[in-house]
Design a binder for this molecule. Structure first.
Ligand code: ATR
Length: 285
């Protein structure tokens, strides 16, 4: 009897050492008893990225995740995309289809799924959402929030022109751009505050925006998850807001890829969260 070929998937980035995707996917491979499957890290510098992408099938990969700095290059190099990747012009998940490699983007899905899991009473349609930042993650989150029915998106970014470019690129229907110094006006009457900047991450500066104008019923979340409780989340919790940390976005964005590659929709469990937290040297609050 011949052994079945190993179904390999990888995460491609540069650098890639700190990616927790192998921990997540290999946990699911074990949990669901997926035979002859393996999820690896692939460190690929930008100059080699496109060639590597096209060689994935011959290297034995049935799919891949793509992370910093390759998400836009992956979009450009592929000819097939799902609707979300097409809109964002960025790919974080690659799936082998009968027609060839297809680029998808599950970041926005992960963001929304995390809020739905951890803030069950929160409703997108209930009021404006404030996004701090205008980078790649902001794009995915803005598009996803709009699809969820947020009535108004308020973008606050240090570089105003970047936020304006984001709004016009994505043709966001209901977006308003605010100057960084005018964050208070953006927070007034909001139902959700999301930090999508790098501020608050270990080693980065602090996010020192005053929360006073934010209604106490607003949910506060952060895509930074190192540390798990950022300064923003600690301040929001102290004021009495519901808060959701960013780790769940990382866990949930992995779900659609695993399902597409291995045919099992995996669950984001407390056990998985604990595994990743332990790897980060963090503990649950
Ligand atoms: P990604 O694409 O991975 O989401 P990025 O493009 O590096 O990340 O975006 C980082 C975000 O953090 C940007 O919105 C950036 O603001 P600018 O567009 O003005 O650069 C924001 N950011 C980083 N450092 C900041 C700081 N010291 N003050 C305010 N915003 C900051």
């Amino acid at each position: 009897m011949t052994r079945p070929a190993i179904r390999k998937v990888c995460v491609i980035g540069w650098p890639i050492t700190h990616s927790r995707s192998p921990l997540i996917h290999n946990h699911w491979i074990r949990t669901y008893g997926i035979e002859s499957a393996l999820y690896e890290r692939l460190a690929v510098p930008p100059e080699d990225f496109v060639a590597t992408l096209h060689r994935l099938p011959e290297l034995g990969y049935i799919g891949a995740n793509v992370t910093v700095p390759h998400k836009e290059a992956a979009f450009a190099a592929l000819t097939r995309h799902d609707a979300v990747a097409l809109r964002l012009k960025a790919v974080n998940t690659i799936v082998t289809t009968p027609e060839g490699l297809e680029g998808r983007n599950t970041d926005g899905y992960g963001f929304i799924a995390n809020l739905k899991e951890r803030a069950r009473g929160w409703r997108a349609a209930a009021g404006p959402a404030v996004l701090l930042g205008a980078g790649g993650a902001t794009r995915a989150i803005a598009a996803a929030l709009e699809s969820e029915g947020v009535p108004e998106l308020r973008l606050v970014n240090r570089t105003r022109a970047r936020a304006e470019a984001l709004v016009s690129d994505l043709e966001l229907r209901s977006a308003r751009v605010f100057d960084w110094d005018d964050a208070a006006a953006a927070l007034d009457g909001a139902n959700l505050l999301v930090n999508t900047t790098t501020l608050g991450m270990k080693g980065a500066g602090d996010l020192d925006i005053a929360l006073d104008p934010l209604p106490l019923g607003a949910l506060v979340t952060d895509i930074v998850y190192t540390p798990l409780e950022t300064g923003l989340l600690a301040r929001a919790r102290a004021r009495g807001h519901d808060v959701v940390d960013g780790l769940g976005m990382l866990l949930h964005q992995a779900v659609p890829g695993f399902e597409a590659w291995f045919g099992v929709r995996p669950e984001v469990t407390a056990q998985l969260r604990a595994l990743v937290l332990a790897d980060m040297g963090e503990t649950e609050r």
